[in-house]
Design a protein around this ligand. Sequence first.
Ligand SMILES: CC(=O)N[C@H]1[C@@H](OP(=O)(O)OP(=O)(O)OC[C@H]2O[C@@H](n3ccc(=O)[nH]c3=O)[C@H](O)[C@@H]2O)O[C@H](CO)[C@@H](O)[C@@H]1O
Ligand SMILES: C=C(OP(=O)(O)O)C(=O)O
Length: 421
Amino acid sequence: MEKLIVRQSEALHGTVRISGAKNAVLPILAACLLTEEPCTITNVPALTDVMEMAELLEEFGAETSYDGLTETMRICSETLSNQQAAEKNACAMRASFLAAGPLLTRCHQAALPLPGGCPIGSRPVDLHLKGFSIMGAVHKLEHGVVELSAKNGLRGKRVYLDFPSVGATENIMMAATLAKGTTTIENAAAEPEICDLADFLRKMGAEITGDGTDTIVIQGQKRLHGATHNVISDRIEAGTFMTAAAITGGDILLEQVRQEHLTPVIAKLTECNAKTEVTSSGLRVYRKGRLRPIQLKTMPYPGFPTDMQALFMSLAAVTKGTSVITETVFENRFMHAAELQRMGADIKIDSRSAIIEGVDSLTGTSVRATDLRAGAALILSALAARGETEISDIYHIERGYDRIEEKLRALGADIQRSKDS
Ligand SMILES: CC(=O)N[C@H]1[C@@H](OP(=O)(O)OP(=O)(O)OC[C@H]2O[C@@H](n3ccc(=O)[nH]c3=O)[C@H](O)[C@@H]2O)O[C@H](CO)[C@@H](O)[C@@H]1O
Ligand SMILES: C=C(OP(=O)(O)O)C(=O)O
C-alpha cells in the first residue's frame, strides 16, 4: 500500500492551477446516459472516482475514452444493454447512485447497489427514492441492491425534499428531464455543482429553471441530444490550497478558480487573518500575521461547506486560542480529530461540535486518512508539524485530488509517495 511521507515545510509559494470539480463531473458523466448521442466533457480531472464512473457507464453499455493530456472524456451511450450495476464500481463511490435517475427515466428500470463514498455518516438514499416514487417508480431492496422500475415511464410531479440533498436533487433533476410533464423540486440543493449539471442538461436540450435556488422546475422532453461541456473548477480543491497557504504562512496564486463559489471559505479565512485578493491572473491567498481562532458551522450552500470542515480543523489545531467547529450536515464527520490528536492536537468532541485549543506546534507521526477530506487535512497538518508524518490509506485522497503531491511540491512542500515495506 502506498503512503505519503510529509515533512515540515517552509511557507508555500507559487501558482497552482485548480482542476475540474469532482462533485460536478460525476453527475455530468451520469447525465451522459440520458442520450444516445455522443457527449464530450472537458476539464475532467484524473481522479479514481472519475475512472470508476467511466467503468460504471461502460457496464451499462456506454463507450468512454479519456485523454489525460487534454483532460477530455468522450462518452457515447447509444445502446444501454444493461441497467444493472455490479458491486465493484458502485460501492466504491457515492456518485454511482446518480446513474439511477438517468437509467430509470430512459430505460424505465435500474438496479444499483447501495452506494459507497466517504464513510462520514449513514448516508441513506431515501430522498432519491422518495422522489422517484412520487414520479411513478416502484423499488425494492434485495441483497443490498436497489431495484427500480417505472413500467410506463416517469411523470413530472412536485417533489419536496426534507433536506436539500445534493445527490437527491441531481438524481431527480436528471430523471425529470425525460419524464412526462413538469417536475418541481422544492427545498432543492443550490450548490454550484447542481447549476453546472443543469447547464450541461440544458445544452442537451433539457428545459430547467431555478437551479441555484431552492425551487427547480424541469419540463420533461421526449429526448435529449449530445453536448459538449467544460466542467467548473473544484471549489474544495481551491479551498484546500487556500488553507495550505494560511497554515504555512505562505502566498499562493490560484488559477482557474470561481471566486463566487468560495464566498464562505474566503469569509472564514479572512476571520482567521489570511488575506485574499482577486488579481487579473487568479485568486491570491497569503498570510503574514498570526492566525486567529474560528467559530464555524457547516451548512448546505451557500453556507460553509462540510467538505472544508476537516481542513479548517487542521488550521484551528495550530491557532492559539479556542476554536469551535460544528458539523450539521453529516453525523459522523469528525474521524480526522482522532488522527490530529495523534499529532498532538487538543480537540474535544461534544456531540456535533469540536472544541479545539490551538497548540504551539504539532509533531509528525503515523496517521491514517479516514476519508477524502480527512486525508487532505492530515497533509496540511503535516506540512506545519515538526518532523515527519506518514499518511496511510491514501486511496481516499486519490478519489478527489488530482496530482496533489505534484501540485504541493511545486509550491515548495516536502511531500513524497512511498511503498510500504
Ligand atoms: C459526489 C458528491 O457530490 N458528494 C457531495 C454530496 O454528497 P451527497 O449528495 O451524498 O450529500 P447530500 O447532500 O445528499 O447529503 C446531505 C445530508 O442528507 C442526508 N441524506 C441525503 C440523501 C438522502 O436520500 N437521505 C438523507 O438523509 C445525508 O445523510 C447527509 O446527512 O454533497 C455533500 C454535501 O455537500 C458533500 O459533502 C459531498 O462531497
Ligand atoms: C464526501 C465527499 O465525497 P463523496 O460524496 O463522493 O463521498 C467529498 O468530496 O468530500
